[in-house]
Design a protein around this ligand. Structure first.
Ligand code: PFF
Ligand code: NA
Length: 452
C-alpha cells in the first residue's frame, strides 16, 4: 500500500463531498428554517453566505486536506510543523473531530426517525390519517426511548459498516449507488409534487424577497445553515480532501459542490412546500415539518403512501452519505495515530458516538422539558449538544479561513490552487476578511444562548 490513499477517480472527491453536503441539512433543516423565517429573504441571505463565505472556506478546507494528505488532526500537526507556525492551529483538527463526534451522535438519532417513517409509509399505516393521528404518532415515537434507540442503533451501524469497509470498497462504492439513486428519487418526488401539490404557491413562497421580513435571528440562522449544509469546519471535507487527486481543480470542485447542494435544497424545498400548500397546511411548523406536516400531505394524496415511502428512503440515503463523512476523519486519525485497524477505529468512533447519542434520545422523553434533569441544567442534552456544535462549527471555519488566508504563503496556496492571480486575490481577500467577519457574526449569536 502507498503511504497515502487517493480516490480511484479524479471526480470521486466531488462525489464524496456532495454526498457529505447533501443530507438532513437540505431535506429537513433547510425547508423548516425557511418556513419559520418567512421564505425568500431567508434564502437570499443563505445564498449570499454560500458564495461569499461558504465557497472560499470550502476551498481552504479542501486545500488543507490535500496538501497534508492526512487526517485533520495529524494533517494540521504536519502543516504547522513543516511551516513553523504555532501549534495552536492543530486545534482545527481537534475541534473538527469533536464536532464530528457530537454531530454524528444526534444526526443518527434524527435520521433514525426516517427509518420509522419509511416503514410507516410503505406499510400504508398512515393512509387517510388525520392531523391528530399523525401528530400523536410523532409524539409517541419521541416518547419512546426504546424505539428511538433501536432506530439510532440501526442507522449508526449501517454507517459504520460502510466506513469500516474502507474508502474504496466502502465509501466510494456505496456513494456510487446511493448518490444517483438520490437524484432520481428527488426528481420523482418533485414531479409528484408538481402534479398533486401547489408548485406555484411554493415558488412564490420561496422566491419572493422581502428583506424587511427577516429578523436578526433569521439572518444568523441563514448563515449558520450555510456552514452546516456545506459540511464546513468539521474535518469531513478536510478528510475527504486528503484523498483528492492532485490535478483536480479546487475552485471548480468547490463551486460544483455548492451548486449541487443548493440545488438539492431548493428542489426539496419546492417539492415539500408544494405538497404542504397543496394540502392546505402550515409552513412554519419547525422541526416537525418533515415528520408531521409532510406525512399528513402524503396521507391525503393519491399513491401518497408509496411516494412518501420513497421520499423517506431519499432522506435516509442522504443522511447516510453524510454520516459516513463524520466517521471518516476520526477513524482515519485513530488509524494513523494509534495504528488501529480501520474496523477497530470505526468501531471505537461509532460506539462512542452511539453512547453520546443516547443523551439525544432521552432529551425527547426522560429528559424533556419539565423533567428534573431539564430543570437542573436549564436545557435538554440535545439542545446543549447542538449549542456546542453551533459554537465549534463556526470556530473551526474561522480558524480554517485564518490559517489558509494568513499563514499559508502565495506559493503554497498556488501549488494547490493552480489558478489566476485575480482569482487568487479574490479568494484570499474573502478568507482573510469577509469570511472571518461573517463567521464571527454567526459565532456571536451563540453567546446569548450560552447565557440564557
Ligand atoms: N452537510 C450535512 C447536511 O446538510 O445534512 C450535514 C453535515 C455532514 C455537517 C457532515 C457536517 C459534516 F461534517
Ligand atoms: Na447540506
Amino acid at each position: 500500500m502507498s503511504s497515502h490513499n487517493v480516490w480511484t477517480h479524479k471526480g470521486t472527491f466531488l462525489l464524496a463531498a456532495v454526498g457529505s453536503a447533501v443530507g438532513l441539512g437540505n431535506l429537513w433543516r433547510f425547508p423548516y428554517l425557511t418556513g419559520e423565517n418567512g421564505g425568500g429573504a431567508f434564502i437570499l441571505i443563505y445564498a449570499l453566505t454560500i458564495f461569499a463565505v461558504g465557497i472560499p472556506i470550502l476551498i481552504a478546507e479542501t486545500m488543507l486536506g490535500r496538501s497534508s494528505r492526512q487526517s485533520p488532526i495529524m494533517g494540521m500537526r504536519h502543516l504547522t510543523k513543516t511551516h513553523g507556525s504555532s501549534r495552536a492551529w492543530e486545534s482545527i483538527g481537534w475541534l473538527g473531530a469533536a464536532s464530528a463526534f457530537l454531530i454524528l451522535s444526534f444526526y443518527s438519532v434524527i435520521a433514525g426517525w426516517a427509518i420509522h417513517y419509511t416503514w410507516q409509509m410503505l406499510t400504508g399505516s398512515l393512509i387517510g390519517a388525520d392531523a391528530g393521528t399523525i401528530g400523536a404518532g410523532f409524539d409517541a415515537l419521541l416518547a419512546s426511548p426504546a424505539l428511538l434507540t433501536l432506530y439510532h442503533t440501526l442507522f449508526i451501524i449501517a454507517s459504520g459498516l460502510i466506513v469500516g469497509l474502507g474508502i474504496h470498497k466502502g465509501i466510494e462504492s456505496g456513494l456510487r449507488i446511493i448518490m444517483p439513486a438520490l437524484f432520481i428519487i428527488l426528481l420523482v418526488v418533485l414531479g409528484y409534487s408538481v402534479v398533486h401539490g401547489d408548485i406555484g404557491a411554493a415558488a412564490s413562497f420561496l422566491f419572493t424577497f422581502n428583506i424587511a421580513d427577516l429578523s436578526l435571528e433569521g439572518w444568523l440562522q441563514a448563515m449558520g445553515q450555510s456552514f452546516f449544509t456545506l459540511s464546513l469546519g468539521m474535518g469531513a471535507i478536510m478528510a475527504y480532501g486528503a484523498y483528492m487527486a492532485s490535478d483536480a481543480s479546487l475552485t471548480r470542485t468547490a463551486f460544483a459542490i455548492a451548486f449541487v447542494d443548493t440545488a438539492v435544497a431548493m428542489v426539496a424545498g419546492l417539492a415539500i412546500f408544494a405538497l404542504v400548500f397543496g394540502a392546505g397546511l402550515e409552513t412554519g411548523q419547525g422541526p416537525g415539518l418533515m415528520f408531521v406536516t409532510l406525512p399528513l400531505a402524503f396521507a391525503e394524496m393519491p399513491f401518497g403512501a408509496l411516494v412518501g415511502g420513497v421520499f423517506f428512503i431519499l432522506v435516509l440515503g442522504a443522511a447516510i452519505s453524510s454520516s459516513i463523512s463524520l466517521i471518516e476523519p476520526v477513524a482515519a486519525f485513530l488509524v494513523e495515530r494509534f495504528d488501529m485497524t480501520r474496523p477497530q477505529a470505526v468501531m471505537l468512533m461509532v460506539i462512542a458516538s452511539w453512547a453520546m447519542g443516547l443523551l439525544t434520545v432521552i432529551s425527547f422523553n426522560i429528559y424533556a422539558e419539565g423533567t428534573i434533569f431539564h430543570t437542573l441544567f436549564g436545557r435538554s442534552a440535545f439542545d446543549f449538544i447542538e449549542l456546542l456544535t453551533n459554537i465549534f462549527m463556526p470556530l473551526g471555519g474561522l480558524m480554517i479561513a485564518l490559517f489558509a488566508g494568513w499563514s499559508l504563503t502565495h506559493a503554497e496556496v498556488m501549488k494547490e490552487m493552480h489558478t489566476t492571480e485575480t482569482w487568487f486575490s479574490v479568494w484570499r481577500f474573502l478568507v482573510r476578511f469577509i469570511a472571518p467577519a461573517a463567521v464571527a457574526f454567526v459565532f456571536l449569536r451563540s453567546i446569548p444562548h450560552v447565557e440564557g
